[in-house]
Design a protein around this ligand. Structure first.
Ligand code: NAD
Length: 331
């Protein structure tokens, strides 16, 4: 298996789970991180997915059965300030990977898409057929890749499954690998950090059209998410096709409920400052996961909000830092 973005949050946990399931793994990322070197069982190649020639060389020599494509930029808010960067890395970067796959006859791809492709929807829970009206360039950059994947299947028989993640959160089950984006924009790690350090937590928007006025999201434990990838890989390899699946639980939690659960788990006070809405945030994103449950038999088993937050809290207290900098160089 070739994992792009394997030095990141989800990619590093996925790499370890693939290794535990006896897959040979080659990791590609533009930065190194300690977790990949610590497990030391995956081959690591430091390269930028925008470099098609290097990808062709790597795919030709490794000949992976499938590619799991996590590499990309992930902040919806940042994408509203730097749309050119998001279309370049997420869309052009994916096109570069697809081109290299075509050139080397690499035929199976699992793509990290996002619930951001839907934007503000008229009905929740959201099925895969709902209208796609992204509210930020990030969501649009993912939707454009999905469109390419559908065409690459129809015209070239490059098989792919696009998995539309809702809100991945939590850590590996041993608490050693978890979420630590730079900068972090996700509520659970930010609220845990504020609780741990006794600093103020900023809640963006309390005037949404939701039951308590804060945004509602569908949180999926990262281990359940990785399990869905394993099942998607098996399914795609046995039945070549292009398809899209939501990956969520079907249950939504408001930001205020997240804050209450963070207080409960950490047993700490959290000082909350209400700020204006953040650009690009949809009010409510809740998956209808029926399709993946029926097609793959997947179901989440770790995704109760309290279990997710306990797992993220364990990582916050004992996990290694991703993208650790040592002596000025990334290791
Ligand atoms: P992350 O930032 O932790 O990991 C992404 C990795 O991609 C990083 O290690 C980064 O160095 C690498 N990368 C970025 N640009 C690259 C390039 N040009 N060439 C090579 N490597 C590059 O993010 P994550 O949370 O692990 O997300 C993984 C994927 O899942 C992303 O595609 C993201 O859009 C998607 N996703 C994430 C979430 C979430 O909440 N974390 C939600 C929906 C979708």
């Amino acid at each position: 298996m070739l994992v792009t973005g394997g030095a990141g949050y989800i990619g590093s946990i996925m790499t370890n789970i693939l290794l535990d399931n006896n897959h040979d793994v080659v990791v590609v990322d533009r930065v190194k991180n300690s977790s990949v070197e610590v497990n030391n069982k995956a081959k690591f190649h430091q390269l930028d997915i925008l470099n098609t020639a290097e990808l062709v060389e790597l795919l030709a020599s490794e000949q992976p059965t499938a590619v799991i494509h996590f590499a990309g930029l992930i902040s919806m808010e940042e994408s509203t300030r730097k749309p050119e960067l998001y279309f370049k890395v997420n869309t052009t970067g994916s096109l570069s990977l697809l081109t290299a796959m075509l050139n080397t006859g690499t035929n199976n791809l699992i793509f990290s898409s996002s619930a951001g492709v839907y934007g503000d929807t008229d009905t929740v829970p959201i099925t895969e057929l709902a209208a796609k009206r992204p509210t930020n360039p990030y969501g649009e950059s993912k939707l454009m890749v999905e469109a390419m994947l559908a065409w690459f299947w129809r015209t070239k028989h490059l098989a792919s499954l696009a998995l539309r993640y809702y809100n991945p959160a939590g850590a590996s089950l041993d608490g050693s690998l978890g979420e630590n984006h730079k900068p972090e924009t996700h509520i659970i790690p930010l609220a845990l950090k504020a609780a741990k350090e006794g600093t103020e937590f900023k809640l963006y928007g309390s005037d949404y059209d939701t039951a308590d006025g804060s945004c509602v999201r569908d949180y999926i434990h990262v281990v359940d998410l990785c399990q869905a990838h394993l099942m998607a890989l098996d399914s795609l390899i046995s039945q070549a096709r292009h398809d899209t699946y939501n990956i969520g639980t079907g249950k939504g939690w408001s930001n205020k409920e997240v804050i209450d659960t963070v207080k409960k788990v950490t047993r700490k006070e959290l000082s909350v400052k209400i700020e204006a809405r953040r650009p690009g945030d949809a009010a409510e994103l809740i998956a209808d996961p029926t399709k993946i449950k029926q097609a793959l038999g997947w179901k989440p088993t770790h995704s109760d909000l309290e279990e997710i937050i306990r797992s993220a809290w364990e990582y916050a207290n004992q996990g290694r830092s991703l993208h650790e900098v040592e002596g000025g160089t990334l290791r």
